[in-house]
Design a binder for this molecule. Sequence first.
Ligand SMILES: Nc1ncnc2c1ncn2[C@@H]1O[C@H](COP(=O)(O)OP(=O)(O)OP(=O)(O)O)[C@@H](O)[C@H]1O
Ligand SMILES: [Mg+2]
Length: 466
Amino acid sequence: MTARILVVDDEQSMLDFLQLLLEESGFRVTTASCVEEGRTQIREGSFDLVLCDIIMPDGSGLDLLREIKQQDSRMSVIMMTAYTSTKTAIEAMRRGAYDYVSKPFDVEELKVIIQKALEKTELVDENFYLRRELEEKYRFSNIIGRSRPMQEIFELVERVSRTSSTVLLEGESGTGKELIARAIHYESPRSSHRFLSVNCGALPENLLESELFGHERGSFTGAVREKKGLFREAHKGTLLLDEISEMTPAMQVKLLRALQEKKIRKVGGSTEEPVDVRIIAATNQDLRQLTEQGEFREDLYYRVNVIPIRLPPLRRRREDIPLLVDFFIKKCSTGMGIEARRISVEAMRILESYHWPGNVRELENVIERALALSEGDTLTADDLPAQILEPTPPLGEAPSLPAEGLNLEQYLDEIRKQLMAEALDRAAGVQTQAAEVLGMSFRSFRYYAKKMRLGSGGFPVVEPGD
Ligand SMILES: Nc1ncnc2c1ncn2[C@@H]1O[C@H](COP(=O)(O)OP(=O)(O)OP(=O)(O)O)[C@@H](O)[C@H]1O
Ligand SMILES: [Mg+2]
C-alpha cells in the first residue's frame, strides 16, 4: 500500500521540491501552504505521515502538531525548521513529534527518517488492532447468560461502563467476577488504557502496600529498584482489587485515603501524586456483613459500594447451564485442537441438576476434563467425575459428638433446614419437587418450610399450581 504524506510549508519552492522527491520514492503526496490549509487537509484526508514546517505566517506548526495528535495519536509527524533551536526541537518532541529535521536537510537522511516513522506507524497500528482483539475477547459475546439475573447484570454493566464510578462485584467463587470486571473496563472510555488486577489476599501487608502504591529505591530491605505501583501503572485505566475483604485494617486505612484524596504516596516517598484510576473491588464474602461485624471498615465499605453488582451462583440460574456447556465444549475443543463433540441428553440432565459449588469455573473444568477423557464423538455420563454423579450432601465432615455435648433436636433441625434449602434451590423453589428429592411428603415439607421460614431469604417459595 502506498503511504500518504502531507507536507505543510509556506515556501512554495520547498513544497515543490519535497513533492517531487517523495513521489519519486513512491509516496502519495498532498501539500498545504499554511497552517489553516494543513488543518483542512488533516480534517478531510487521511494520511500516514505529516511533514510540517514550524514557523508559518498564519501560525505555528507546533499548534498544528498538537491538533493532529489530538485527532489521531498514531499519526507520525516530522517537524522541519529553517534554523536549529534545541528548545523548539524539545518542545516538538514533547508534543509528540516523531522526529525533527533542520533545513537545509540531507535528502537521504530525510528519506530514512520517513521510512522509520512509517515502520513505527505500522507497528503502532498492529498494537492498536491487537488491543481491539483483546477488547473483542471481553465483550459480552463471551459472557454467557440468557437468564434474567444475567440479563440484568449485562444492562447494569453497560450503564456503569460509561461512568468512572467505583463498582463492587460480589459473588461466590467462580461466578465470573473477573470476567465482568474486564468487560466493564473494555466497554468503557478507559479501554485504551490498562486493566490491572491485584489479589489483596495473596500478599502480606507491606508487600501489598508497595504493590499498590509503589516504593522509592532503598525504602526497605529488598527495595533495590524504584517501583511504580499498580495505581500509577493503571493511570487512566482500571484497577481490580480482588478479594478486598482480605485487606488488613491498616491497609484498609491506606486504601481509604487513596480513594478519598485520589492521590497516592509511595512507600518511603515524601510527596503525594494525583492518580486517575477506576476502581473495581471484588469479593466472595458478604462485605456488608463483615462491616457489621466490624471486620471491614464502614467508611471504606461505603467508598467501594457505590455501584454493587451481585453475581448469582450458577445453581440460581440453571437455565444458563446448557448454553455454558455448549460454549465450553466449543471453547475447550478449539483450545485442544479437536473436533467439537456433542453431549448426551442424560449427561446434560446430570449437569443441569448438580448444585455447582464451584460455579462456572467448576463447570468449565468438568467439560475440559470430560473432553480430554472421552473417546467417542459424544460426551456421556461416564465422562463425568464422581462428585457430580453422586453429589454428597454439603454437610462437611461426618458429625461427631462435641466434648461439651449438644442439643440433638436443634442439631437435626439445622441439618434439615440446610438440606431443605438446598433442595429448594435445586428445584428452583418448587416445593413438590424439593420434597421429592428429600423423600418427604409435600405436606411435611410445607410444614417444616413454614416453621423454619424457608424461602423468606430472598428466594421465593413456589407453591404447587403457581
Ligand atoms: N457467564 C460466563 N460465561 C462464560 N464464562 C464464564 C462466565 N462466568 C465465568 N466464566 C468463566 O469461569 C471462570 C471463572 O470466572 P472468574 O475468574 O471471572 O470468576 P471469579 O468470580 O473471579 O472467581 P474467584 O472468586 O474464584 O476469583 C473463568 O474461566 C471465566 O472465563
Ligand atoms: Mg476472581
